[in-house]
Design a protein around this ligand. Structure first.
Ligand SMILES: Nc1nc2c(ncn2[C@@H]2O[C@H](COP(=O)(O)OP(=O)(O)OP(=O)(O)O)[C@@H](O)[C@H]2O)c(=O)[nH]1
Ligand SMILES: [Mg+2]
Length: 223
């Protein structure tokens, strides 16, 4: 009975996610969904990344958290467009929350929509939001075995940011093992090592995003 209900919820979510995807395609908008465990560094990455994007690329950030507007405020204080979605208990964002929130955003003027999901490696993997790419952030403070403990999100992601690498000299974290585990789960996964402290990896991340935006625009013009 529980499984039946869960299947129904997920198939309803998929239907709305496809509507979101059609809308994003029509508006020529590249959309990413950033997922990690709590505190891995999603908002910090965005603060640094948005600085790199602007003014060439116009982005809007939607941020999911169980409580508080702290993260949206951090992005707004840095001078960028952001809106908080408070789930009030849910451990993930769903497609309906995204669809409802984008109704009042002028998507025409944007190149990119960035979604920071609720800090959790399990539930967000099951909920398609209509995004083009899922990005998983694995911080080196979390242990190298996370990709094999929580394979679903590493399997569905296109890009893994191995984050906080500035801390590596102070930890026993085995970087090669972490990357090998992630690639064992998803051989296609691209990996970029990042640090908000040293700035490592942000040029490569920017190039990766820019080429995806360009590819999406080119695909639209072909249709
Ligand atoms: N050493 C180091 N610390 C970092 C780095 N990036 C983020 N942090 C720290 O990690 C902590 C959590 O960062 P957040 O950006 O709030 O993480 P988050 O994933 O958005 O957290 P939630 O939204 O609560 O899940 C903060 O204390 C940051 O200063 C990094 O590259 N290196
Ligand atoms: Mg955050």
């Amino acid at each position: 009975m529980k499984i039946k209900l869960e299947e129904k919820v997920l198939s309803e979510n998929d239907k709305i996610a496809n509507q979101n995807r059609d809308l994003f395609k029509e508006k020529n908008l590249y959309v990413i969904n950033i997922i990690s465990s709590p505190g891995a560094g999603k908002t910090s990455i965005l603060e640094k990344f948005l600085y790199k994007l602007s003014p060439d690329i116009t982005a809007y950030v939607l941020i999911g958290d169980v409580q508080t507007e702290n993260d949206a405020r951090r992005i707004q204080d840095a001078g960028y467009d952001a809106r908080q979605i408070i789930t009030g208990g849910a451990c993930h964002l769903n497609a309906q929350m995204i669809g409802k929130n984008v109704e009042s955003i002028d998507l025409e003027r944007l190149d990119m929509l960035i979604i920071e999901n609720v800090g959790n490696l399990v539930c967000p993997a099951a909920y398609d939001l209509g995004e083009d790419d899922k990005i998983v952030v694995l911080s080196v403070t979390e242990g190298e075995d996370k990709p094999i403990k929580y394979p679903a999100i590493f399997n569905k992601a296109t890009l893994m940011l191995l984050h906080k690498v500035d801390l590596l000299p102070h930890l026993k974290f085995d970087k090669k093992k972490a990357i090998d585990y992630a690639l064992a789960v998803n051989a296609q996964l691209k990996v970029i090592e990042t640090s908000c402290v040293t700035g490592e990896g942000f040029d490569e991340l920017f190039q990766w995003v820019r080429s995806n935006i360009n590819m999406k625009k080119a695909r639209k013009h072909k249709v």
